[in-house]
Design a protein around this ligand. Structure first.
Ligand code: GDP
Length: 296
């Protein structure tokens, strides 16, 4: 399956971020804990340069705790700090504020010694739908930024002042060009980072079925009350789901579109229970994808 999105406005967004980054003390890098590796945008690496990074494993409430813990260890070493949060819970983002104060303690001390009013500026980065707006709303305790469970709602440049001398800059969710048949593109599509209009939803749902059954087939069996074995084709599973749910088009034919939308929508809405698509032990496979992307 070829997943190709059109990152035109994202190229422009990166340009804007390149200018803003000069004013920034630290980067808050938001990742969906269900696919944290795929949420690392190779285009951000150069942009961030040597700025301190706090990695945020967001949506931890719908990810598998053990896997999140392993990713926490991984990203704690990769950046300056890592926090695990559920941004939808009020006050949970305080952990980020605390981490900012820890990693910037030298700068804070310098400003205090000079008796200069303290302002810490952080830039919030992340792929579309990773939860940037939700997190900023949570940090600021207000509903300032629009949120939605679809990519591309956050646009333009937005500074949000927090009462405590911290300012955060919201940035548009940014992707990079993707190439055929790679895990990263599929995972980004599953977590809702890629606009549905550029996706073949039935085909994507077949990949999803195969990926999830490789992790734990019981999750699909339980969710849809169906049975299958290792030999069963993904398309047969999709057909069975349509049958169980009674999804038919006029004339009684199977409604593949509706079944596919249910399979994928249930993941976005966490109806399979806690489910993480990537493990730290997959890292070599995932890195290979990223290398391919950076080569081009
Ligand atoms: P953005 O595009 O990165 O700004 O993402 P949004 O903040 O608009 O969030 C996308 C969707 O994910 C919304 O439906 C949010 O309610 C949901 N969301 C964000 N953070 C969390 C979280 O920590 N847990 C859960 N379960 N949902 C979240």
């Amino acid at each position: 399956m070829v997943i190709q999105w059109f990152p035109g406005h994202m190229t422009k967004a990166i340009r804007v971020m390149e200018k803003e980054i000069k004013l920034i003390d630290a980067v808050i890098y938001v990742l969906d804990a269900r696919a944290p590796f795929s949420c690392v945008n190779p285009k951000f690496t150069k942009l961030i340069g040597n700025k301190p990074i706090i990695y945020v494993l967001n949506k931890a409430d719908i990810a598998e705790d053990e896997k999140t813990k392993a990713w926490y260890d991984y990203f704690s070493k990769k950046g300056n700090a890592c926090v695990i949060i559920d941004s939808t819970q009020s006050n949970s983002a305080k952990k980020i504020e605390n981490a900012l104060r820890v990693i910037l303690q030298d700068r804070i001390k310098r400003l205090q010694d000079k008796q200069v009013t303290l302002t810490i500026r952080a830039m919030v980065l992340g792929v579309p739908n990773s939860g940037k707006s939700t997190l900023i709303n949570n940090l600021s305790g207000k509903s300032k930024t629009a949120t939605a469970n679809r990519p591309g709602v956050t646009r333009g440049k937005q500074w949000v002042k927090l009462a405590s001398g911290i300012e955060v800059l919201d940035t548009p969710g940014t992707l990079w060009p993707a190439f055929d048949n790679n895990h990263v593109a599929l995972h980004l599509a599953y977590v809702g980072s890629i606009r549905e209009q550029v996706l073949d939803i039935p085909d994507l749902s077949l990949h999803f079925i195969n990926d999830v059954r490789a992790i734990n087939p019981q999750l699909i069996k339980n969710r849809f009350n169906i049975e299958f074995n290792e030999e069963t084709q993904a398309v047969e599973i999709l057909e069975d789901i349509a049958r169980v749910r009674g999804y038919k088009v006029s004339g009684g034919e199977i409604d593949y579109d509706r079944a596919a939308a249910a399979v994928l929508g249930d993941f976005k809405n966490a109806r399979y229970g806690k489910l993480t698509l990537e493990e730290v032990s997959d890292i070599n496979k995932l890195l290979e994808n990223h290398r391919q992307q950076e080569d081009v």
